[in-house]
Design a binder for this molecule. Structure first.
Ligand code: CDP
Ligand code: CDP
Length: 211
C-alpha cells in the first residue's frame, strides 16, 4: 500500500504521515527533508539558489546533513522552496523517492507532489491543509518550544510567500490530485486529525476491495 500525503507548510502533513506509518506498520519518508538538504548544502557551498547549476550540484549532499538541526528552520524551508523549483533538482531526487514508494509492503511519503508526480499510482492520497493563520500559529508554538520568539504576522507572511512559490511554479506545483481526499486540519486537534486520516485511508482501502 502506498500512501501519498501532500499539502502546504505546517498543515500537519508530517505529523499525519508519521502517525499513519506507525498505525499501518509502513516506513515513512519526509520528502521535504531532501529539498531542505539541497538548500542547506547550496548555502554552505556559497551557491546561488537562483542558479539551476548550483542547485543541481547540491543534490549530491552528504546524508549527514539530513540530521542537521538547521534543516528544520523556516529559513531553510524558504531556501528549499527556491531550489525545488529547478527541474534538475526535482529530477535528481526522483529515483530515491520512487524507490522508497515502491518498497515491498508499501510506504508513506509526505511532500508536495507525491500524489501527482512521484507516485500517481498511490493507493491512498491525502491533501492536508489548514488556514495560513493557523499554520503560522503552529510554527510560532514550535519556535517557542525551542526558546525562540516568533512573530506570528511575519511567520504568516513567510508561509503565504512559500505557498505562492510552491503552488505557482511550472514544475510539479503543489496541487490537490483529482483523486485525493481533502483533510482541513484548521479546527482539528492533532489526535482528531490523525483519527480522521486513518478513517479516510480505511474508507479508500475498503473501496479498492469492492471495486
Ligand atoms: O515542513 P514544511 O511543509 O514546512 O516544508 P517541507 O515539506 O520540508 O518542504 C520544504 C520545501 O521543499 C517546500 O516548500 C517545497 O518547495 C519543497 N518540496 C517540494 O518541492 N516537493 C516535495 N515533495 C517536498 C518539498
Ligand atoms: O509537515 P508539516 O509542515 O505540514 O506540519 P507538521 O510538522 O506535521 O505540523 C506543524 C505543527 O503543527 C507541529 O508542531 C504539529 O504538532 C502541529 N499540529 C497541530 O497543532 N495540529 C494538527 N492537527 C497537526 C499539527
Amino acid at each position: 500500500m502506498i500512501i501519498a500525503v501532500d499539502g502546504p507548510a505546517a498543515s500537519g502533513k508530517g505529523t499525519i504521515a508519521r502517525a499513519l506509518a506507525a498505525y499501518f506498520g509502513l516506513p515513512h519518508l519526509d520528502t521535504g527533508l531532501l529539498y531542505r538538504a539541497v538548500g542547506l548544502t547550496l548555502k554552505r557551498a556559497g551557491g546561488d539558489p537562483a542558479s539551476e547549476a548550483d542547485a543541481a550540484a547540491a543534490t549530491g549532499f552528504a546524508d549527514g546533513v539530513l540530521a542537521d538541526p538547521e534543516l528544520r528552520t523556516e529559513a531553510t524551508g524558504a531556501l528549499a522552496s527556491r531550489v525545488s523549483a529547478h527541474p534538475a533538482v526535482r529530477a535528481a531526487l526522483m529515483a530515491r523517492q520512487r524507490a522508497f514508494a515502491h518498497r515491498p509492503g508499501g510506504a508513506v511519503l509526505d511532500g508536495r507532489d507525491i500524489g501527482t508526480v512521484i507516485a500517481p499510482e498511490a493507493d491512498v492520497k491525502l491533501y492536508v491543509t489548514a488556514s495560513p493563520r493557523v499554520r503560522a500559529e503552529r510554527r510560532a508554538v514550535e519556535m517557542a518550544g525551542r526558546g525562540l520568539i516568533a512573530d506570528v504576522d511575519a511567520m504568516e507572511a513567510e508561509i503565504r510567500a512559500r505557498d505562492a512559490r510552491d503552488m505557482g511554479r511550472d514544475h510539479a506545483p503543489l496541487a490537490q490530485a483529482d483523486d485525493a481526499d481533502l483533510l482541513d486540519t484548521s479546527e482539528l486537534s492533532i489526535d482528531a486529525a490523525i483519527q480522521r486520516a486513518i478513517a479516510l485511508v480505511e474508507a479508500r482501502v475498503k473501496r479498492h476491495h469492492t471495486e
